[in-house]
Design a protein around this ligand. Structure first.
Ligand code: ZN
Ligand code: ZN
Length: 320
């Protein structure tokens, strides 16, 4: 057993604490601070009756049984991922190497020489768009295919939303998401390596990709909260707002199968799944009656969706 695997496994229960100081993570402290500031802005604009603290940190939300499962899954998923998935996780550099080799085999060519700063813009843009599209496709597939939906129910069984609901995702879904992102970024990286010689770096802020940093800084954490931050109908045709993602979690019929996108709203617009709210809406989050496949508890959320997904595959097989 390699030392690096063992070390990663030993560190994994403590890894989520590092998320707060890692700019590559959604719950990086600066993103949380910016979310609070945006929350204060929404509080002031919406003339809430109670105090600010009660509005932003209501005990009925942050100490709800559903939120506790979010916190538990944050740590458990870190351990499960290190134990089972880290050794087999697809990496973007591996995908890029395969893409470069395939392209050179199919059409050998001399790469163009270009300064890194001239390539950084188109490379960052293409990688961001490809990854965002991939996330949309995976998320839509999670709702479309019965076995995947059984796994994705873990995210949608949240009855209250906190920034940590982002991590309330079944480990198998996390693995699929990470693999899809590695595939998207790897293909783009491989194509750029094939076209251009020399150093290939994306635009970065604090060492992480610039688009992800801006997304985090501009209130991405409010997507999983009760704070209604809408960008307005014009912008929401292009960018998914926190309010739009909250609608994705809503039980209302009009919100079903809408707003799969992460950052760009284009994919939902083209896929006829975009929902643009017309003003503030009262939402109830969770799964519809009869859809729940696990209890509001850690072990149940980890294991029972796997059984349900297996049964969904079997049912499908027996029908066809
Ligand atoms: Zn979903
Ligand atoms: Zn969500």
């Amino acid at each position: 057993m390699p030392d690096s695997y063992l070390n990663r496994l030993i560190d994994s229960p403590f890894e989520p604490f590092v998320y707060f100081v890692d700019p590559a993570r959604r719950v990086y402290w600066m993103f949380l601070v910016s979310a609070v500031l945006l929350g204060v802005f929404v509080y002031r604009l919406s003339n809430q009756s109670g105090g600010l603290i009660a509005y932003l940190w209501p005990r009925r939300v942050w100490l709800h049984r559903s939120a506790v499962v979010d916190y538990q899954l944050l740590f458990a998923k870190s351990v499960v991922s290190a134990l089972l998935f880290a050794p087999v996780l697809l990496t973007s550099s591996l995908v890029a190497a395969v893409v470069v080799a395939l392209l050179h085999t199919a059409a050998p060519r001399e790469a163009w020489g270009a300064p890194w700063w001239a390539i950084a813009w188109p490379f960052s843009f293409c990688a961001f768009v490809a990854e965002d599209l991939c996330r949309y496709i995976v998320h839509r597939a999670m709702h479309r295919f019965p076995a995947l939906w059984e796994l994705h129910k873990v995210h949608h069984s949240a009855e209250v939303l906190t920034p940590f609901t982002l991590y309330r995702i079944h480990p198998i879904e996390s693995f699929l998401n990470a693999s899809a992102s590695a595939l998207a970024v790897g293909v783009v990286t491989g194509c750029f390596f094939y076209l251009y010689a020399g150093k290939l770096v994306g635009l970065q802020i604090l060492g992480v990709d610039a688009a992800g940093f801006l997304f985090g800084f501009l209130g991405a954490n409010l997507r999983h909260t009760h704070v209604w931050l809408s960008y307005g109908p014009r912008i929401e045709r292009w960018l998914i707002s926190p309010a739009q993602h909250q609608c994705h979690h809503s039980l209302s019929e009009r919100h079903q199968n809408k707003n799969y996108g992460s950052v760009l709203a284009l994919w939902d617009r083209w896929g006829k799944s975009l929902y643009i709210p017309d003003g503030k809406e009262e939402l109830t989050f969770g799964l519809r009656s009869g859809e729940r496949n696990h209890e509001q508890g850690l072990l149940s959320a980890l294991f029972r969706p796997i059984g349900a997904a297996g049964r969904a595959v079997f049912r499908r097989g027996s029908v066809s």
